[in-house]
Design a binder for this molecule. Structure first.
Ligand code: ADP
Ligand code: MG
Ligand code: MG
Length: 913
């Protein structure tokens, strides 16, 4: 049985009318919905129809035959609809109707799925086309393209190995060599005919079948192939990287062809209404004369620039003289001013209509402009922020919309390091390409996507260097620090995908000669091999020899505007997890309103401190431990003073010692020897101690408040260090607000015992100093029992901080350190949707969090509640924390802006409901 929710399977559009509209993306896919919408707002679009995403899902359920049976009549009607508008006939030999079959999912997946152009051609139809247009070359060029695309997409013709190129490209290269020509466009009509017959022979050899002549057979085969492309490897990977569910399926658009390959008065291009790399409000894009759509995005010829200003800037970058520029590379604005004006008007209309930056595809057929696609353009993090803040300032969107336009995780890109200017100026320039996606990248050259992955897995920084990247290279691009290509423009797939990933990319570096077989790249006579270091500046397009030092990014004014806006709407505030004054300062600069977690144990590993720590651990009685702890006291006090000072006037949560002591003793023989020598004991004593301390399940063992309750002197000294530090600062006029946090509480008695130690120590210090400060004593909620009995725990605790790392570990019963063996499999098989250590499991762990929050506040209505696990910086988890009513989230310093934005978005989403 076919499972259906929508009665229609096919939606028509054409002649400024449409059955669909922009709001129907789930059913029609983004491309289909926007093709419909463009018709409705009077933008010239070739007529066609959209087969719904539901049909795709049905195809995967019931298979090809049943699906064809279901949609046959509607598809046939769709074709007749196109025929009527175009005045052509599908399969006719004199006046054939040619169509494209295009994929198009709900979320845009640039280039990941397949498209077939020029469908409906066969030997008869070419003659008709040639006669009708009087352009035999065009007819054969179209057929050549069709056989090639259909061969690739439908018949599955593939390169023999990763070192080889596409079999059809190989045939083209060979013929070009035979004819001694450089460019595809230099091939004669006879050459094109020759190509087609060589293509067909290749198809027959590889697939064993004749190339289909019947247009209907071509159509149905293409439709099924496009459905199949939803499940190709690169589409799957893209969905995984972008969290797009497989259930969505792709829609299919069948659309009348318009031809950019009809000669010098035709062409095709791609444009952005604003700069997708920087966000600058400047219409920009690329085009090719006498070419079809795929040519521009696939980077086959390096295209020309659309606007004059863009062309001038490009010439400056590429060191091209004004004379050469205007003669050889004129912009569309100069080349076809009327078409340009029309395009410019339409791009403005589209941006205003969608109130966002648009990425558009267009084709010029014999001086007539057609639009083939519009979508919200992929952009870098910097561009995302600038465009949203600019649209807000221009009054085109309101504050809430502007905030919702920002993808919190993408802010991360803005915080990436950039090249140090001095280092960059000293570096040797190898070559220049197009600044396709900004950023700084240093790494070792690798030529193949799969190898980039292997190298990256070994912890190496790689730069993926390719002649051109195709969507197949997605995985390699994802792990690379940067991407460098010899061919392709600013709108090539590589560039679009790289910007979407926020990955540094330089494309169209024409002077590099990549040789996949010898794994080397030659630039002006100098050879670089696999493994050599290079650096890319994606903002200028300059490629450098060797490594270049980086420095912290400088944030633009727009970033500040955005953060202020977030501040205006947020209810929760954001703290940071920081163990050092430096981290505390970074966090504060990013707008942290305090520290939610200082892990004291990290302080014990540095320099000489570990010695005193080990002495404490080795001590056999309390007196011995106290002696060692006395040595640690001034060190800890100083550390706390530094952090309090950096966070003056803001609360700082300090957690008492948490990890099992075992982590502080060395386990390798040499280190054990060194320790024995230092401590003046024997090696076997050290070994014995290490053995005594080792546990079967250290994470469930002697750690957290269990340490402080068995060795109270540890908590006592730590409390003293905290209180004394705060008093010292007070004496200097700096206000410290300590919040002392007891880890791993399971029972009230456990917590109370620790609380007593902290409070009595504080009283002692106050008496000694004859001064006092305010402080809180609270606990982490990270053991399920504490969450279940939170009302009890709140009798002692003045605040709760959810330690969701341990809480997740103990709720699932997954050891965080061992989960690597099965979590990836669970994610692959769909047993888990997300890694619960990254994305809070709202259903289970979240239930405990919600319950503990409620119960805690039943006991103390003003109980301060926050979260300090990794989840505190993950947007969907932050939203959850807002919903359950937490006061704050705490995350690593560099995630503070992300959490601040997510907290504001949580309020806006809640208001919408
Ligand atoms: P993708 O999603 O990979 O961009 P598209 O379906 O948009 O794939 O098509 C690939 C290219 O073919 C685009 O440049 C597009 O503009 C062009 N194209 C698609 N359909 C037509 C058509 N009917 N006439 C002319 N060009 C087309
Ligand atoms: Mg495509
Ligand atoms: Mg497209």
């Amino acid at each position: 049985m076919i499972n259906e929710t929508s009665k229609k399977s096919v939606y028509l559009f054409g002649d400024e009318k449409a059955e669909g509209k922009a709001g129907m993306k789930s059913l029609l896919g983004g491309k289909g919905a926007n093709l419909a919408e463009m018709n409705l707002i009077g933008v010239p679009v070739p007529p066609g129809f959209t087969i719904t995403t539901e049909v795709c899902s049905q195809y995967y359920e019931v298979g090809e035959e049943k699906v064809i049976e279901k949609i046959r009549v509607e598809v046939e009607n769709g074709i007749h609809f196109i025929e009527d508008i175009m005045g052509t006939k599908f399969g006719d030999k004199d006046n054939p109707c040619l169509v494209s079959v295009r994929s198009g999912a709900r979320a845009s997946m640039p280039g990941m799925m397949d498209t077939v152009l020029n469908l409906g051609l066969n030997y008869d139809a070419i003659k008709g086309i040639a006669k009708k247009t009087g352009n035999e070359r065009f007819a054969w060029d179209s057929y050549r393209r069709f056989v090639q695309m259909f061969g690739d997409v439908v018949l599955g013709m593939e390169p023999a190995s990763k070192e080889d190129i596409d079999p059809f490209e190989e045939i083209i290269e060979k013929l070009k060599a035979e004819r001694g020509v450089e460019n595809d466009n230099d091939l004669s009509v006879l050459d094109l005919k020759e190509l087609v017959s060589r293509f067909k022979v290749a198809v027959k050899i590889v697939t064993g079948k004749d190339f289909p002549e019947d247009p209907w057979e071509q159509l149905w085969d293409s439709i099924m192939a496009v459905f199949n492309s939803w499940m190709n490897d690169r589409a799957k990977l893209y969905r995984k990287l972008n969290n797009i569910p497989a259930e969505w399926g792709t829609a299919i658009n069948v659309q009348a062809m318009v031809f950019g390959n009809m000669g010098e008065s035709s062409g095709t291009g791609v444009a952005f209404t604003r700069d997708a790399g920087t966000g600058e409000n400047l219409f920009n894009g690329e085009y090719l004369i006498n070419a079809q759509g795929e040519d521009v995005v696939a980077g086959i010829r390096t295209p020309q620039v659309i606007t004059k200003i863009g062309s001038l800037r490009w010439a400056q970058l590429a060191n091209v003289s004004e004379e050469d520029r205007s003669k050889l590379y004129p912009s569309l604005e100069e080349n076809m001013p009327k078409i340009y004006d029309e395009l410019n008007t339409i791009q403005q209309k589209l941006e205003d209509h969608y109130t966002d930056m648009q990425d558009i595809e267009f084709t010029i057929q014999d001086r007539k402009l057609w639009l083939l696609q519009t979508r919200n353009g992929k952009r870098t993090g910097a561009s995302m922020v600038k465009i949203a803040m600019d649209l807000l300032a221009e009054g085109k969107i309101d504050e809430k919309t502007a905030l919702m336009r920002i993808e919190p995780n993408k802010l991360d890109e803005l915080l990436h390091p950039v090249f140090d200017n001095d280092a960059m100026n000293k570096a040797h320039v190898i070559t220049k390409g197009l600044p396709a996606s900004p950023g700084a990248a240093t790494g070792q050259i690798v030529f193949h996507a799969d190898e980039a992955e292997e190298w990256a897995k070994k912890g190496k920084d790689v730069i993926l260097v390719r002649i051109e990247t195709s969507p197949e290279d997605l995985q390699g691009m994802n792990v690379a620090k940067g991407i460098l290509t010899a061919r392709g423009g600013m709108t090539s797939h590589a560039a679009v995908v790289a910007r979407g990933m926020g990955k540094c990319c330089i494309s169209g570096a024409g002077s590099i000669r990549v040789n996949y077989k010898s794994r080397s790249v030659n630039v002006d006579g100098k050879t670089f091999n696999e493994g050599d270091w290079i650096s890319l500046n994606g903002s200028t397009g300059v490629v450098y020899d060797g490594k270049i030092d980086t420095k912290e990014a400088e944030l633009s004014g727009d970033f500040g505007v955005l953060m202020n806006l977030a501040e205006k709407y947020t209810r929760m505030y954001v703290r940071a997890n920081a163990d050092s004054p430096h981290d505390a300062k970074v966090a504060r600069d990013f707008g942290a309103k305090g520290i939610g977690l200082t892990r004291t144990e990290h302080m014990f590993f540095e320099g000489d401190r570990i010695k005193a720590m080990r002495e404490m651990i080795l001590a056999s009685d309390e007196a011995g431990r106290r002696k060692a702890l006395e040595k640690l006291l001034p060190i800890q006090r100083e550390d706390f003073e530094g952090i309090f000072e950096a966070m003056h006037d803001l609360p700082v949560t300090i957690r008492l010692l948490d990890p099992p002591l075992h982590e502080f003793v060395p386990h390798e023989e040499q280190a054990q020897k060194d320790m024995a020598e230092e401590m003046g004991i024997t090696l076997s004593e050290v070994r014995q101690k290490a053995e005594d301390l080792s546990e079967f399940n250290p994470m469930l063992g002697h750690r957290g408040c269990r340490l402080g309750n068995t060795y109270p002197e540890i908590s006592e000294i730590q409390s003293r260090a905290i209180i004394e530090a705060a008093l010292n600062l007070k004496a200097r006029g700096v206000k410290a607000i300590p919040e002392i946090m007891i880890p791993l509480t399971g029972t009230l008695a456990e917590l109370k015992m620790q609380e007593d130690i902290v409070r009595s120590t504080a009283e002692k210090v106050f008496a000694e100093r004859n001064d006092k400060i305010d402080y809180l004593v609270g606990t982490m909620i990270e053991i399920p029992r504490a969450a279940l009995l939170a009302d009890k725990i709140a009798e002692s605790a003045e605040f709760f901080s959810f330690g969701t790392n341990d809480l997740t570990q103990m709720t699932f019963g997954y050891s965080r350190d061992d989960a690597g063996k099965f979590l990836p499999v669970y994610l692959d098989k769909g047993i888990l949707i997300d890694d619960p250590f990254q994305v809070l499991d709202q259903e289970g762990v979240g239930l405990l969090v919600e319950m503990a929050t409620k119960k805690g506040r039943q006991t103390k209505s003003d109980l301060k509640i926050g979260i300090c696990g990794e989840h505190g910086g993950e947007p969907s988890s932050v939203e959850f924390c807002h919903r359950v009513g937490m006061d704050y989230v705490s995350c690593s310093p560099f995630r503070v802006p992300i959490a601040r934005l997510a907290a504001a978005q949580a309020v806006i989403r809640e208001d919408k409901k």
